[in-house]
Design a protein around this ligand. Structure first.
Ligand code: PEP
Ligand code: MG
Length: 324
């Protein structure tokens, strides 16, 4: 099977009934390895900028960040690269910026940290914009958004960064900006968010954690952590419908997108693109090439009638077997 999958990697990510499902890749480090996949993907759906920050000894300066971001943008140009602003806190601590809290996942995380430290966000935004000069494939993604005010504040800083660079003679177009849908509150604010940004990207890892109130890294409750919980699937299906009604391009970049059964469900729900770690690409592509959009939609409908995660998993396993 591995051989078959490898041979299929240069074939389009398309269902037997002709529905194209763009696959993108999540990156953090080691751009070389992933850049070789360029001809097989639609771009980078999530570049986790905190990864290079985590292995540094201090906050990388503007020049250093510009170099890192330029490498990403150049390696994949003209394909889009979605760069997420620094998403630290929760389980991701920087050795040189310790955060100690009783409930880190409910605390100072993602955009909350960077809006409290605009000097950090400004350096990052300036470096991203500077790196994009002449390439035009940068997109910016805001993590852990809970309120629309946070989006407004971040957009104001982005405009300021662009103005500053223009004064220095570096003129770049305004990149497309998106928000992560990963805090459940955003599910109920899609309209106001859509007025402010260009796309949504679903962080199914955190969305699952927060919807189920289950720490994504706690082995004691690992059995309860399941993105295929009926409540999570119902939330995702509704989100896909509402985003489509709003005309918002919406993709998924959490682990569910890299799981073949999860990818089929997300496709059936109507999400426009799936972004995953590179090793997941072959199996997800193979699944999409074997299952029609009609069958994926039917699978979603059937799944949404089920009452427990175990029932969902067992249905998915049975279906996947028949589709091998
Ligand atoms: C997510 O939450 O699903 C996500 C993609 O972001 P991270 O895993 O980096 O929190
Ligand atoms: Mg997240």
């Amino acid at each position: 099977l591995a051989e078959v999958l490898e041979h299929e990697q240069d074939l389009p990510s398309e269902t037997p009934d002709g529905h194209a499902m763009p696959l993108m890749v999540n990156t953090g480090l080691a751009v070389d390895a992933v850049a070789s996949l360029k001809s097989r993907i639609g771009g980078v759906g999530l570049y986790r900028t905190e990864v290079p920050f985590m292995i540094a000894e201090r906050f990388p300066g503007e020049q250093e960040q510009t170099r890192l971001y330029r490498e990403q943008l150049e390696s994949f140009a003209p394909l889009p690269v979605v760069m997420r602003t620094l998403d630290i806190g929760g389980d991701k601590d920087l050795p040189y910026f310790p955060i100690e809290e009783a409930n880190p996942f409910l605390g100072w995380r993602g955009i909350r940290v960077t809006l409290d430290h605009p000097e950090v966000l400004m350096v990052q935004l300036r470096a991203m914009l500077r790196a994009s000069q002449g390439l035009d494939n940068l997109q910016i993604l805001l993590p852990m958004i809970t309120n629309v005010d946070e989006v407004d504040d971040a957009l104001r800083l982005l405009d300021r960064a662009r103005d500053e660079l223009a004064e220095e003679g570096v003129v770049v177009p305004r990149p497309r900006v998106g928000v992560m849908i990963e805090v459940p509150a955003t599910l109920y604010q899609l309209g106001p968010l859509a007025e402010r940004v260009d796309f949504f990207s679903v962080g199914s890892n955190d969305l699952t954690q927060y919807l189920l109130a289950v720490d994504r890294n706690n082995p004691r409750v690992a059995d309860l952590y399941d993105a295929c919980h009926p409540a999570v699937l119902a939330a995702l299906a509704r989100l896909a419908d509402e985003a489509a009604a709003l005309g918002m391009p919406t993709s998924v970049c959490g682990e569910l997108a890299g799981d073949p059964a999860g990818a089929l469900l997300l496709m059936g729900m109507g999400f426009e693109a799936l972004s995953m770690n590179a090793p997941s690409l072959p199996r997800v592509r193979a699944a999409i090439r074997r299952v029609s959009m009609a069958d994926a939609r039917a699978l979603v409908a059937e799944t949404l009638t089920l009452g427990s995660p175990a029932e969902v998993r067992s249905l998915l396993n049975r279906r996947l077997e028949t589709w091998q």
